[in-house]
Ligand binder design. Structure first.
Ligand SMILES: Nc1ncnc2c1ncn2[C@@H]1O[C@H](COP(=O)(O)OP(=O)(O)OP(=O)(O)O)[C@@H](O)[C@H]1O
Ligand SMILES: [Mg+2]
Length: 217
């Protein structure tokens, strides 16, 4: 199957409120799909069900051909950025990412440093990240998603808090990874310039209903 993601009839109801309404979505490998929609429309809930942070009320999710939710497992080769990550405030950027890298143990310290450099931070910066600005933490969050060289990147508002240069840098980085590594991307953004620059296909989330907007030029 040449699909990085397949969602079939996904529903999520919380306290009798339907948050996600019969979502169907396929993301082909090597493509980049954007999801736009108003605050509270269900984008982050959808992403959380894709990465097994919430359990759907019904429906199925397959990531890289693995059923999500089965035995609480989550496929490798997927990089995820969703809302504020659980970084440890008293550790440096390197120590934070190195700690996370030790969970899967598939990359070396040098790869961690490379990922930190790629997002424009200094891997030798020994300051605890509680001294980082919001944009610097967001860059670190992107480095965390990228460091294990995933095939599939899932990014919920990756440009949040980034300055103009930061947005430019991350655009270039994602474009380069898409060209060189045939990376698959699923992302949300409230800025049309991100979606226009980075996505082949756009879907709109409206009050829990996902519909296709069509191809971007
Ligand atoms: N933990 C929760 N318990 C109950 N309802 C929740 C919870 N988290 C979110 N919701 C509700 O789910 C709906 C969808 O929220 P979600 O965070 O997915 O929106 P969103 O599209 O990501 O919005 P934004 O653009 O602001 O990030 C909202 O109505 C929200 O109130
Ligand atoms: Mg959200």
């Amino acid at each position: 199957m040449a699909e990085a993601l397949k969602i079939i009839n996904l529903c999520k109801t919380i306290n009798k409120r339907e948050i996600l309404k019969n979502i169907n979505l396929t993301v082909e490998k090597g493509t980049s799909v954007g999801i736009v929609g108003a605050n509270g429309s269900g984008k982050s809930m959808l992403f959380k069900s894709i990465v097994n942070l919430i359990t759907p009320t019904s429906g199925e999710v397959y990531v890289l051909n693995e059923r999500v939710g089965a035995k609480g497992s989550f496929p490798q080769n997927v990089g995820v950025l969703i809302e504020s990550p659980g970084f440890l405030p008293n550790l440096s950027s390197f120590d934070n990412l190195n700690l996370l890298a030790s969970i899967r143990n598939v990359i070396k310290k040098d790869d961690v440093k490379k990922a930190i450099s790629l997002v424009g931070l200094d891997p030798e910066d020994k300051r605890p990240i509680k001294k980082y600005s919001m944009g610097m933490k967001q860059r670190l969050n992107i480095a965390q998603a990228l460091m294990e060289k995933p095939q599939f990147l899932i990014l919920d508002e990756p440009m949040n808090g980034l300055d103009r240069q930061g947005v430019k840098d991350i655009h270039s980085l994602i474009k380069k990874l898409r060209e060189e590594e045939q990376l698959t991307v699923l992302m949300t953004s409230h800025h049309s310039e991100d979606i226009d620059a980075l996505c082949d296909k756009v879907y709109i989330m409206d009050n829990g209903i996902l519909s296709e907007q069509g191809e971007t030029s």
